[in-house]
Ligand binder design. Sequence first.
Ligand SMILES: N[C@@H](CCC(=O)N[C@@H](CS)C(=O)NCC(=O)O)C(=O)O
Length: 212
Amino acid sequence: MKMYGFFRSGTSHRTRIVMNLKKINFEFVPISLVKNQHQQLDFKKINPQSFVPVVEVNDRILTQSPAIIEWLEDTYPEPRLLPQEAIQAAKVRAIAALVGCDIHPINNKRILDYLRNVLKLSDDQVLQWCQHWIEEGFTALEQLLQQDTERGAFCVGHQPSIADAYVIPQVDSAKRFNVNLSQYPIIQSIYDACMALPEFQAAAPNNQPDAA
Ligand SMILES: N[C@@H](CCC(=O)N[C@@H](CS)C(=O)NCC(=O)O)C(=O)O
């Protein structure tokens, strides 16, 4: 199995976490978003959307991290990263969607490039944009986590799930955008619990071969 990705890409990061938790070996193919390698013709042939991550397996191409992660969960069921109980599974999917649909895409590189290059926003304004959407999402997430009386040290229940694979990269991104994380003590405690695990440590952006 091959994964095309970028060390600082949150969607590559969430996919790496799932692969590590499931102990899947994969060959890593770095695609630099800084050098715009994702926009080059060769990569567009692999993913016409010009996004990482892409997983290649047995000459088949998989795109879109939620689809890749679901495929991993179906194909490598152990350890389960989506709880068997439907309500718990719905909580995992809701947190994944909160991050994956409502925070991450608004702060994606192409959006920030458009704000800077077409709408001519300053660096400070772009930073304000990123902080705003992360803070809005994290405020709601913190409240959801607080209301969940069945929660242990992780996002849902007592073990890591797909929800944690989405939240941890978003926390790293929040740090890069100087969001004050002390506003979110539960998110911070989940980050600490996850980062104590070797699978999460190995997936961290700075531990990737293409990290600057
Ligand atoms: N919905 C896609 C989004 C993938 C995505 O946004 N990837 C980012 C890196 S985290 C990317 O390739 N961005 C390139 C760009 O914005 O130009 C997924 O979840 O796989």
